[in-house]
Structures are given as C-alpha cells and as structure tokens.
Design a protein around this ligand. Structure first.
Ligand code: SF4
Length: 373
C-alpha cells in the first residue's frame, strides 16, 4: 500500500495546559518510558514495514504533546527509518526551545516548525496554563529564522475566557508582525475532563459566546487576507506555496500512517486508533503486536461522506468531476437534498464545477458537515 504521509505522536509535555484534551502526559510522570519512546515508535513501524510502500514519501509530522521535548538526535534516529520526505514538521512549545536546539532540529532534517504561541497576552497565557511568555515566542521565531527555517507556522487560539475582540485584534497584529509563512487559528472548545471544563461548570470562567467567536474569526479572515495569506482551510492561512502538505493529505483523504501513543492511521477504507496510555502501547509492542486499540472498516457511503465533509473544509471545496472519477458516483445526484438545503441556507456555494463553503458557511461549518454524515 502506498503511504505518502506519516504522523508520529509524541505524548509528553512539561505540564498540562488548562484547556488541553490531547493525549499527552506530564514528563515528570513518565520519565522511564520517555527514554525509550523513539525505540518503541521504531518497533511499531517495523510491524507495518512489509505492507507499506513509502516511495515517494511526501510528509512526516511530529505532533503531540510536545515533540520539541525530544532531542535532535532522537529526531535523526526516527527520520533515518524513512526515505527522504519533502515536508517534515515538528510541533514545538516555545519554552522547550533555544537557539542551539533549533539549529540542531534543522540540521536533523526538520524543515517546517509549528510553534504553539496561542496568544501574546500575558494574562491569557497564564490563565491557559502556558509556561512561556509572548517574548519567548517572538524570540524563538527569530531564532528559528537564524537556524535556517524558511517555513514556520504559529498557532493562536480565540474564544478564550476573558479575551475580548481588542485582545484578539492585537494578537493578530502581533502574529502578522512575525511574518511567518503559515498561521493556524483555533476556536476554543472546552472539553470534558479538562480543568477548564470544571471551572466553567463552577462558574469560574466564561468562554466567549458563539457570536464573539464568529466576530473574531471574521476579523482574522480579513486581516490575514489583507496581509497576503490565503485562507485555504477553515482554520488555516498560508502564504502561497506554504500550505501544510501534511494536513492537506488529511483533508484530501489520502492514506497516512500514524505511529505512537494515540495515533490514528487511515488507509483507503481502513482506519485504526492506537492505545491511548503509554502502558498499553508499550505492552502491545512488547508482545510484537500492533498497538491498535480500535479499528474500523468504512463502507463506501462512509468514505464518500468523509471525503465530502473533509473536502469542504478546504477553500478548493469539492470538484464534482474528480469526486465522480474517484468514487464512481455523481455527488450532485447522491447528495442532491443536502446540497440544495445548504445552498438555500446560504452556507454552500455551488457552480457547474463543484461546491465550497460560503463565507457564512465557513463560520458555521459544522452545520454543513452534519448534513453529510
Ligand atoms: S502543550 Fe499542547 S499538548 Fe501539551 S498540554 Fe499544552 S495544549 Fe496540551
């Protein structure tokens, strides 16, 4: 099976942020496994090796957690197990970086850095439980440039408790001042089980309401477009040519291999989800078994639904001809009712070539996606 993209999950963080629902463990709680984690990932890779064809390999993505907790030598060790890839991304937390580490990551082969900035406002960083300052974020972007990185993303979050529109406008201005090639904007969702979930229930915090969040996204869309960024996916903006190739593979529903604790992989209609605890992940590998916790074989209807709602996340939307060639089904006929309903609601733009979200549809994407599930 051809695999052009690989995701590697690094499930360690210095501490947990108050809003975090990702599978990540404070380093202090798992220092033993941390030491041989890269080895475990390599063992897992070997369990797939015979079935997969990595030529050509387009992207490798180290996500987390905080992948920048790894040493550059460990990144080199992991990358050596694959053929050369075009785009190799490392998610990084500013407080785990310094000038030398950035240079070493670049030398190891990382060519795209994704920095978790989240906000430039000290009070918001503190309330999120982030351990870095805005000055550190700015300094690490500058240091990454000196190290050689020519493709940098920064993540920001909006809709935070206590964040008003002016805070957000200033965050966008600070982000633009950094001149990174890519900016990702995430709307806060307070997930069950996080400290903020409990605090919201106790009435101690109040995240932004839907209207304010929509205003924030609308403001950002205009400001980033004016600065030359293309809004190529609901949450993502890039200078031309710097779209995330790895994430495009997800949205275009291409095959990808997921390795590591809690990683997921997708190959045609097969999807698997790895164990979410370090202990279960390690135990399975010790038995020589793939650390898969759950798997599903999608029906062709499920595959097509996914292709529609993932594709609609992209500005390019769904091309009817390509869809029909790939699945042997005319989407205009198969989804006639849903398409008409969403077009009449002003959420979907439809022409003879294809369909894509309208500006209002971008703000209310979930309403559209639900129609195709
Ligand atoms: S750094 Fe990221 S993954 Fe780690 S706890 Fe914070 S939000 Fe979660």
């Amino acid at each position: 099976m051809k695999i052009a993209s690989v995701y590697i999950h690094i499930p360690f963080c210095l501490r947990k942020c108050n809003y975090c629902d990702f599978v990540s463990y404070p380093l202090a709680d798992c220092s033993t496994v941390r030491g041989h984690y890269p080895q475990l990932v390599l063992q897992e890779l070997e369990l797939y090796r015979e079935e997969l064809d990595f030529s050509p390999l387009r992207t490798i993505y180290f996500g987390g957690g905080t992948p920048s907790i790894l040493e550059a030598a460990e990144i080199s060790q992991l990358l050596a197990a694959f053929p050369a890839a075009t785009e190799i991304t490392l998610e990084a937390n500013p407080e785990t970086l310094d000038e030398a580490k950035l240079a070493a990551f670049y030398q190891a082969g990382i060519n795209r850095l994704s920095l978790g900035v989240q906000s430039f406002k000290p009070q918001l960083l503190t309330s999120m439980g982030r351990g870095h300052t805005s000055e550190q974020s700015q300094a690490m972007v500058a240091a990454a440039r000196r190290a050689g990185f020519a493709n940098i993303n920064i993540d920001l979050i909006y809709g935070l408790p206590g964040q008003n529109l002016q805070d957000w406008q200033e965050d966008i201005a600070d982000a633009l001042a950094l001149g990174t090639e890519h900016i990702s904007l995430y709307s806060l969702t307070v997930e069950e089980g996080t400290p903020w979930w409990q605090m919201e229930r106790d009435g101690l915090i109040c995240p932004a309401d839907q209207d304010l969040s929509a205003d924030m996204l609308e403001y950002a869309i205009d400001a980033l477009a004016a600065a030359g960024y293309r809004h190529y996916e609901i949450s993502n903006f890039a200078r031309p040519g710097f779209e995330s190739q790895h994430n495009l593979a997800y949205w275009r529903r291409e095959n990808y291999l997921g390795l590591g604790v809690a990683a997921a992989g997708c190959m045609l209609n097969y999807r698997y989800y790895n164990h979410r605890t370090l202990a279960a992940y390690q135990t399975m590998l010790e038995k020589g078994q793939r650390p898969v916790f759950d798997e599903e074989h999608l029906t062709i209807d499920q595959v097509m639904s996914e292709a529609i709602f993932l594709g609609l996340r992209l500005a390019e939307g769904i091309n009817f001809k390509s869809f029909a060639e790939q699945y042997g089904v005319n989407p205009l006929k198969r989804y006639r009712k849903q398409i008409r309903k969403m077009a009449e609601a002003g959420l979907l733009e439809v022409n003879e070539k294809g369909m894509y979200l309208s500006r209002r549809g971008v703000l209310l994407g979930n309403e559209v996606f639900m129609q195709f599930v």
